[in-house]
Design a protein around this ligand. Structure first.
Ligand SMILES: [Zn+2]
Length: 284
């Protein structure tokens, strides 16, 4: 079922789990993700980031995402990840995405708040929910989401988060608490105390980006303290690439069908692992 973002994230907030938001760059990724969600009776979010459009054009992928969501036996939201402009967010709204992320995190506070406010007004007029970001999530520079920005991240400020949410009316907020995008070379330690303060101050679902290399302990602490959505991009593509490499190394047929099948299976396994880690299994 295609279900609004706000319903999926609000349920996660109420019942203390996190819904996995999986970046899918292919039909194989989408098939694997939905199969995992159905197998484990879990809600999921299918998403695509603007930086991924060259390999997975939004207007081509949208019908795949939406049809897979409608046909799924579990709740599925279709989300734009890291929209870098208001125009991109509007394109996603037009394609039928149930929510959009406007990423103004690199802008000064006032400008981020002002532009996010405008996206919220426009998106809400179309019944579409919005995720915004405050604070800087660093990037390891490994083919994940986002650009290769400096890894020097600035944690989300508690008071600013409250002002930002009140000003913008955003439905969800991505925060920076030491999390990084992409493949980690060392497991980061998240600032759970900061998360707890932000959660105590705000009622909206909080989002953790960079779910590919965080430790199990930190994931659990995040879920206990207000994180309702966790983005996973890199882990799926690594799992798919490794599965294909292993298949070919074992002398598997280089034919496209065999490779496709390995990508679907690897995507399903990677998504299933994260669903269990995020405790969203059995919630649909
Ligand atoms: Zn992100």
């Amino acid at each position: 079922m295609l279900i609004p973002f706000r319903e999926i994230t609000r349920d996660a907030l109420r019942r203390r789990y996190a819904v996995g938001a999986f970046n899918c760059l292919s039909v194989e990724n989408v098939m694997g993700a939905v199969a995992a969600a159905e197998e484990l009776h879990s809600p999921i979010i299918l998403q695509l980031a603007e930086v991924q459009f060259p390999e997975a054009p939004m207007e081509l992928m949208a019908p795949v995402f939406l049809r897979a969501a409608r046909d799924a036996k579990v709740p599925v939201a279709v989300h734009l990840d890291h929209g870098r402009s208001i125009e991109t967010c509007i394109r996603a709204v037009r394609e039928g995405f149930t929510s959009v992320m406007f990423d103004g995190a690199e802008l000064p506070f006032e400008e981020n708040a002002e532009q996010t406010r405008l996206v919220v007004r426009l998106a809400h007029a179309a019944g579409v929910d919005v995720e915004a970001e405050l604070g800087r999530v660093g990037d390891t520079g490994f083919g994940g989401e986002g650009t290769a920005a400096a890894a020097a991240d600035v944690f989300t400020d508690v008071e600013e988060s409250a002002r930002f949410i009140a000003r913008t009316g955003t439905d969800a907020l991505a925060i920076a608490i030491g999390n990084l995008h992409g493949r980690y070379t060392a497991t980061p330690r998240l600032n759970i105390a900061r998360l707890r303060e932000i959660h105590a101050r705000n009622a909206v679902p909080l989002v953790l980006h960079g779910g590919s290399g965080t430790s199990e302990e930190d994931f659990k602490a995040c879920i206990r303290n207000g994180i309702c959505k966790i983005n996973v991009a890199t882990a799926i593509q690594i799992a798919a690439a490794e599965a294909v490499a292993e298949y070919l190394a074992r002398g598997g047929s280089p034919g496209y069908i065999g490779i496709k099948r390995r990508i679907i299976e690897a995507s399903q396994r990677a998504v299933a692992e994260h669903i269990q880690l995020f405790e969203s299994d059995g919630k649909a």
